[in-house]
Ligand binder design. Structure first.
Ligand SMILES: Nc1ncnc2c1ncn2[C@@H]1O[C@H](COP(=O)(O)OP(=O)(O)OP(=O)(O)O)[C@@H](O)[C@H]1O
Length: 795
């Protein structure tokens, strides 16, 4: 058997060397349970990869006996590429220079690294259902986000028989109070999203659903829970009619089958399970992992960082990670004790940034209670070797001043001669070596361009300022606006309506299934498109003008008349053809990176319509059967265009996993998880104005900086957990809201490699303002730790 030192040598030769703590995790015995607590940039993926390769080459575990999961498709792809890249490298080196015994050589020669199973938990579950199905059965079809959202909207919220549950006053009140943030932006799309979150939690928290449904405390609440239950039932029925499962059902199905002794071929081979990003695991997933671990003698490695848990709103339960060691025994039922391993050498950031992040994590005394005990500080393995800039702060009196100065800073750094600090150091992207604006990112709690009152926020004002620079710098922020309110989206929607249903017949026929608001939105879109076609309307941020050929195209479509004489309009046309024909005339949707994302939403929603509607997104033109023709178009309105108009189909984070190099990306902090940039700008307080106009005790935007009330995820936890095996949380919901804000800024502050710039208005400056804000040094006891000793350099 190859020795561990022989393996390390091979790893070294391909340029990889675990540090001492990483080595503890890599070297641990095959069946040792491991609890790896890994701070930002400390080589989680690298360590997991090295451990898997050690299992194969040293312990001679069959690759197909190894299962590794991570949180996003992108992270899973990165893990796979490292396993294969490093794995083949090690294999080759061992065969050429490893001095292997005959037996070891036979093993190394035949082993196929490619058989290691890696993926997200969902992709693995899907794979299991596909690869290990009972003879004669088909695996279920996976309903993606767009399909699930559409079915919940059309059949859950509207109701298959036109119940219009979204208008039910009891349900409305119940949902709105669970949401807890008032009625701004409260429409059928946001209701559907919340109902889907509850559906997910029902599974994620392994709820006793019927007990929950019956547990309302007032007459109205009991009624509301009943309507909700019916909505979820209808949704489930629609999925099952189509032989579909959504993500929650997928995991539940696999868990049930595992518990019943299923997937035997797979579980007989399984030897080790490894899980990345375990801090964002939910109870359903924990149950799955424990169930899998039971099949391999408890050989479970989990890796994560409680400080970076951000997905409470999707049912993540950070305590499952923090308390892993005890849960492994008490819930998993294993006798072994997991070995804790702490990874704290941060390879990403400069010493100054690492120091700042360390202090930040320790700033709030209360927060320490929920951090993993014994967690060491991050340290810099290459301290002193690199250029180190101070943390920077840019705080201004007004939003306009801030945006102007920030745009000028960004211009200097990326297009000009650099930004010079008083000590002579210059901050500048390295354009000769491919550096560009994409080396910078602006992280905000929300990338929205306008606030609830309709006023411009930093992403909007900065965008305009950047375009006004000597060399204009475009931004990339596809989530800046409500999808349905974007000009090009409305125009494309309107053109589709003009082609599909110019006289509104199909809309009238579909009438009951469409809300009044939806029909009025359709009307606005169609008018916009018609005026634009005539040249009498401009569409915001659309430079293209309509030409006669497009006018022709739309007329022919609307009349279902081919433009070649003698030709016959086809009986069946797939709507995707229409979509791409129209897009041809709108370069904004293929040349512009934001436009490409918008087009992807249309394409995905059309894909969903194709899967869920009886007409498979076909437009039928049959003069002998006008009703059928109308119904086929009606289905496109219901399943393709209405979800867009109703705010239910939108840009989700998965649609934008690559960022253009020549634009400034504006990201939510959630989206930045797992990413790194040379220079990161964090908006810590551009939304918060201190004004004498505000009455004392006015807490504008408090939930984003110093919560006075719990947020939606905390409300949902309190509402649902009493009926979950997880039981009611002991920690106060406001404390949980604070904990989450500290985690959010911990993630933001740990993204940069070289430069961290905090920006905000003077009211948030620790010395100049009094606005309570956990991102600028305040703890929850209202003490400002940064006052008088500001940890950044003001520019
Ligand atoms: N032992 C090591 N020696 C040198 N460099 C290392 C070592 N371990 C990791 N690195 C480097 O550190 C960087 C971060 O590693 P990796 O991508 O594995 O981190 P991560 O912990 O998964 O990141 P995060 O969780 O913050 O997204 C990479 O550039 C990687 O090559």
């Amino acid at each position: 058997m190859l020795s561990f030192s022989g393996f390390l040598k091979a790893l070294n030769e391909v340029g990889r060397k675990p540090n001492p703590n990483q080595q503890l995790a890599v070297e641990a015995a095959k069946d040792a349970p491991l609890f790896v607590v890994a701070g930002p940039g400390t080589g989680k993926t690298a360590t997991l990869t090295m451990r898997m390769l050690k299992l194969v080459f040293v312990d001679q575990v069959e690759p197909k006996g190894i299962l590794a999961t991570t949180f996003t498709k992108k992270a899973a792809a990165e893990l796979r590429s490292r396993v294969l890249g490093w794995g083949y490298g090690v294999q080759e080196w061992l065969l050429e220079h490893g001095g292997l015994s005959r037996m070891d050589r036979m093993w190394v020669e035949r082993v196929d690294i490619n058989q290691i199973r890696t993926g997200t938990i969902d992709s693995i579950c899907e794979e299991l259902l596909r690869d290990f199905r009972d003879p004669g059965t088909d695996p279920p079809i996976l309903a993606d986000e767009f399909v699930a959202e559409t079915l919940m909207l059309r059949h859950g919220m509207f109701g298959a028989s036109g119940q219009r549950r979204y208008q039910d006053p009891d349900l409305d009140e119940f949902l709105c109070s669970a949401r807890g943030t008032g009625r701004y932006g409260w429409h059928v799309g946001s209701k559907t999203e919340l109902v889907r979150t509850m559906w997910d939690r029902r599974h994620h928290d392994q709820l006793d659903w019927m007990a929950w449904v019956k547990s309302g405390s007032t007459k109205e609440e009991v009624a509301a829970r009943k309507v909700l239950d019916e909505a979820l039932d209808d949704y489930a029925v629609e999925l099952s009619k189509r032989l579909m499962v959504d993500f929650s059902q997928l995991e539940q199905t696999v868990l049930d089958r595992l518990r019943a002794g299923g997937f035997k071929e797979f579980t007989d081979e399984l030897q080790v399970v490894l899980v990345d990003e375990y801090q964002d695991t939910n109870l359903l997933q924990e149950s799955l992992y424990f169930e899998l671990a039971k099949r391999c003698d408890g050989a479970l490695t989990v890796v994560g960082d409680d400080d970076q848990s951000l997905y409470r709103f999707r049912g993540a339960t950070v305590d499952l990670f923090s308390n892993f060691a005890s849960r492994y025994q008490s819930v998993g039922g294993f006798a072994k004790v997991p070995t804790p391993v702490f990874l704290n050498a941060n390879y990403r950031s400069t010493s100054t940034i690492i120091g700042f992040v360390n202090d930040y994590a320790r700033l709030d005394r209360e927060y320490q209670a929920v951090r993993v005990a014994g967690k060491p500080k991050l340290k810099n393995p290459k301290a002193g070797e690199e250029e180190d800039f101070p943390i920077l702060g840019m705080f201004r009196r007004t939003l306009d001043e801030l945006a102007e100065d920030l745009a000028s800073f960004i211009h200097k750094v990326t297009r000009g001669g650099g930004y010079k600090l008083p000590d002579g150091k210059v901050i500048q992207v390295d354009r000769k070596n491919g550096g560009d604006v994409g080396d910078l990112a602006l992280l905000c709690s929300s990338p929205r361009e306008v606030n609830a009152a309709g006023d411009s926020r930093l992403p909007m004002v900065l965008k305009d300022e950047l375009l006004a620079q000597k060399e204009p710098i475009p931004t990339f922020n596809p989530r800046g606006q409500d999808f349905a309110s974007i000009g090009i989206v409305q125009l494309l929607g309107g053109l589709l309506l003009c082609c599909l249903d110019r006289d509104g017949d199909a809309e009238d026929a579909a009438g009951k299934g469409l809300g009044r608001e939806t029909r009025s939105t359709f009307g606005q879109w169609a008018t916009l498109a018609e005026d634009w076609l005539k040249g009498t309307a401009v569409v915001p941020r659309v430079a293209t003008k309509a030409d006669t050929r497009l006018n022709h195209y739309v007329s022919h479509w609307a009349d279902r008349k081919p433009d070649k004489s003698g030709a016959k309009w086809p009986t069946y046309v797939s709507c995707i053809e229409l979509l791409y024909d129209l897009v041809h005339w709108l370069p904004e949707l293929h040349d512009d990176p934001e436009g490409q994302v918008y087009l992807e939403v249309f394409a995905r929603q059309l894909g969903a319509a194709e899967q869920v509607s009886g007409f498979k997104a076909q437009v039928i033109t049959n003069p002998a059967d006008a009703k059928l023709s109308k119904t086929s178009v009606g289905h496109l309105l219901l399943y393709f265009l209405a979800p867009i108009a109703e705010g239910s189909a939108k840009v989700d984070e998965e649609l934008m996993d690559a960022f253009p190099r020549d634009r400034l990306s504006i990201l939510s902090i959630h989206q930045s998880k797992g990413l790194e940039f040379p220079l990161v700008i964090v908006d810590v307080g551009s939304d918060f104005k201190a004004s004498s106009k505000f009455p004392k005790g006015h807490f504008a935007n408090a939930f984003k900086r110093f919560p006075r009330q719990p947020g939606t995820p905390h409300n949902l936890e309190d509402l649902m957990r009493p009926h979950s095996p997880l039981k009611t949380l002991k920690r106060d919901p406001i404390d949980r809201a604070f904990d989450d804000l500290f985690r959010q800024f911990f993630v933001a502050f740990s993204r940069p490699e070289e430069v961290l710039l905090l920006v905000g208005l003077d009211g948030s400056h620790p010395d100049r303002g009094t606005i309570r804000n956990v991102a600028t040094g305040w703890d929850r006891d209202e003490q400002n730790h940064w006052a008088g000793k500001v940890p950044f350099f003001d520019i």
